[in-house]
Design a protein around this ligand. Structure first.
Ligand code: G6P
Ligand code: MN
Length: 447
């Protein structure tokens, strides 16, 4: 099996390769092709992979290329994990939004819209090349904003593209741990859009264990989301929100913390990652050790401004382990390639799962996965407050997709203005002006 990784010079690629190294079964990935626009980043990551694979007899062979078509030909799986505009773009998205007093996070609010507007045309182009060169490949999209980008690609590739995110799995694991349940045995009732979902139950042996957690003040205060939102708010909701809902439920506090922070997340990562790739260029740098050190720092500082806003200090040791998006990706590949059935929380087309949304809207829900693909499982309806957010944000995503197709500035302004975290049409107009001045990748918004 051949796996092609787009964004193959990206920092998280060794996580994926590490997961592949643990798979020795028949039908496993035997060849990995890394594709990236930046040859320097490709060779840095290839060095890390070489050290990871040293001494593993059946380690997948790795090749690298900067030619997209060459990378795609013959692929059985394509992972897309690209960052259009780089971390410079991410930092600019944050800066321009904060100057207007709104959040510029890469997936939420104004920043997510700006990032989506420059990513959707590129993702659509990639989807068309896949349709032409590897029409039978399964495509796994990690590229943020993951729900929106998966929906854009699904317009070309249908259900052959599946979006993944590690935050629902991470949340499910943390809740299971507190409840003393085995996360792999539990049925996790998690529903919404990417970075906009709620864990409404965790069932073991047919019984929902979440009420036990909600009733236990001490347990609620002992894990990441419990500390971020506070026990009282979780009880009011009767559910545990995805951590990204902190940007909605504590918007003022998050904006204040981001404005007061020395650097935004994007600006911080821009420096940190530049340092890593620079170091990798020097002969004598031990690749894997340098990568591990950088990864540990990245995990430890994740959502630092939100934690600052909530006054909860550093991350707990047990919360540091991410959901393991590479594990989700591997489980998904095994399920479709080898019919190893699994239930995973994935970004797929809605069909009839959430009644407030149409059939083609990409949602993030538990899916049953086998050789025929990922099939969303029927879930209980969301409460009105959640339906409100989900439909409002899906409405925004649709305007982004329409603007990307037509190049219409009016439609792009509409996308910003309709977002629940952008509080004025005048702000939306200035945001679009600021973003188009900054990003060459938005030059297509002309009409
Ligand atoms: C979580 C999110 C991802 C995001 C990642 C890294 O895992 O689900 O969508 O890419 O965090 O965030 P960072 O701020 O470190 O780039
Ligand atoms: Mn994510």
């Amino acid at each position: 099996m051949k796996l092609t990784i787009l964004g193959g010079g990206g920092f998280r690629v060794p996580l994926v390769y590490g997961a592949l190294l643990g798979d020795h079964a028949e039908g496993r990935v035997t060849h990995v092709t890394l594709h990236d626009l930046d040859a320097g980043r490709l060779s840095a990551i290839a060095r890390v992979l070489a050290e990871q694979g040293a001494g593993v007899p059946d380690a997948p062979e790795v090749t690298a290329t900067t030619d997209l078509d060459e990378a795609l030909r013959g692929a059985d799986f394509v992972f897309s994990a690209i960052r259009v505009g780089g971390l410079e773009g991410r930092a600019a998205d944050e800066r321009i939004a904060l100057a207007e007093g709104v959040l510029g996070q890469e997936t939420v609010g104004a920043g997510g819209i700006a990032y989506g507007l420059r990513t959707v045309p590129v993702a659509t182009h990639i989807a068309r090349r896949i349709a032409a060169l590897a029409p039978d490949a399964w495509v796994i999209n990690f590229t943020n904003p993951a729900g929106l980008v998966t929906e854009a690609m699904s317009r070309v590739l249908g259900d052959r593209v599946v979006g993944i995110c590690d935050s629902p799995v991470g949340l499910g694991r943390r809740v299971a741990r507190i409840l003393g349940a085995d996360p792999d045995e539990a049925w996790i009732d998690y529903v919404g859009l990417n970075h906009l979902g709620w864990l409404r139950g965790l069932h073991v042996g047919g019984r929902d264990q979440l009420p036990r957690l909600l009733a236990d003040e001490r347990a609620l205060g002992s894990f990441e989301e419990g500390r971020l939102f506070g026990p009282e708010w979780l009880r009011s909701l009767g559910a545990i929100p995805n951590e990204y809902l902190h940007y909605y439920y504590f918007n003022r506090e998050a904006v204040r913390a981001y404005r007061q922070a020395e650097r935004t997340r994007g600006a911080y990562l821009l420096d940190q990652q530049a340092g890593f790739y620079r170091e990798m260029g020097k002969p004598g740098t031990p690749p894997l050790a340098a990568w591990h050190r950088t990864l540990a720092d990245r995990e430890a500082t994740y959502m630092a401004a939100n934690r600052e806003a909530a006054g909860i200090g550093e991350r707990n040791e047990e919360d540091l382990e991410s959901g393991g998006y590479e594990k989700v990706a591997l489980a998904l590949m095994r399920a479709v390639a080898r019919n190893e059935r699994a239930t995973l929380i994935l970004n797929v087309r809605n069909r009839g799962t959430l009644s407030a949304l149409d059939a083609d809207a990409v949602v993030e829900v538990p899916c049953f996965v086998d050789a025929t693909g990922a099939h969303p499982v029927t879930v209980a309806p969301l409460p009105y407050h959640a339906v409100g957010l989900v439909t409002a944000v899906k409405g925004v995503e649709r305007e982004v997709l329409a603007a990307a197709e037509s190049g219409s500035r009016t439609t792009a302004v509409k996308a910003f203005a309709l977002h629940p975290l952008v509080d004025s049409v005048a702000v939306a107009r200035r945001l679009l002006a600021g973003y188009t001045d900054e990003h060459p990748g938005l030059a297509y918004l002309r009409s």
